[in-house]
Ligand binder design. Sequence first.
Ligand SMILES: [Zn+2]
Length: 405
Amino acid sequence: MEESVGKEKQPETKSPSDPEESLDIGKVGESMTPEELAEAKALGQRELFCELAGRVIDLIFLTAVALLLGRPDSWLMKWIAGDYPVTFQVALFMVLLLAGNMLISFPFSFYAGHVLQHRYQLSRQSFRKWFWRWGKRNLLEVAFAVVLIPGLYWLIWLCHDWWWLVAAAGFFLLSVILGQLAPVLILPIFYKVKPLDEGERTDEIKERLHRISAGTGIAVEGVFRMEMSAETSKANAMLAGLGKTRRILIGDTLLDHFTVDEIEVIFAHEIGHHVHRHIWKLICFGGLYSLVGFYVCNWVLGLWIELNGAAIDYANFPIYTLPLLLLVITLFSTSLEPLQNALSRHFERQADRYALKQTSFREAYQSAFRKLARQNKDDPSPNRLEVILFHSHPPIAERLALADS
Ligand SMILES: [Zn+2]
């Protein structure tokens, strides 16, 4: 669970060239030139195309598998049903579905995550490194899925027609546990994270952070430097974790190239997320929406079983419903995404206002966002519909205007 300052929540696949080569510190705080703007817009459009194409392909894949293979008499179901325990059968089915999905979505992941990022000089990763990262992400997904999906079927078999209620409670609990563990267990798989103890300006930065975080419950010991520069030129910062693992992570790409005033403003933005309890609010919202989501799944899967000529028997709930379950979850979360993004953009504006109020650094706030736009090649004013549908952060132009209001 995390809240970040930039457009990307997880900058994992976005990487750049050497900041020394690609950044002119003198001009990064200024507005983009028409050429830079055109470049950012072109990159944004290509990324949007990949995003849309990837989603459409996912939906086609899941729909086809659900209709053609997710039935009691399909060859795949006959092949999976062997002498193994049913838990193993669900896990095997899930792994096959994920593998098929990864295979067909690979060209888009490769193009958007590697080719485009190099073409726009944002990545400094070799293909081998990119592929290793892609592999780690997918392995993690498989590891979660082979535990959670059989677990979900066990809930159906044991709790019968109340399974959706128990599953939503389980989802909430899992979000809290993962929120706590993610910064210490999952983030280090992808990024090297260390305490703020290196670099010439560290003392001044620490002193500023100490002052601005006084009374908020975040200690400077909870501020970490995240090594991003080995793979990307993009800058980012984020708030992550719950309770004892609550921390603010600042990318080295940001710490090394932004002024102390700008770092203080961005840090204050992350404190804004902490003070307004945004991570908890997002977890509660997620719990509520999983409740409705699992209820819808229960209803649709029941209809599918009846359509296949059987009565619903929760104690022996058939596992051929798995592709349909995944399809309903995907459709449900896609349709709620604009609402979730609107909430996230609202939280971002709250955190921006907090940063402006606490620091009074209007100019540093604006130059920090201009730098972010330039360094990350973010389109400052993308299409409104695109923002409503897909963006978790307000466009940079809007965030700049906030400082003038
Ligand atoms: Zn933020």
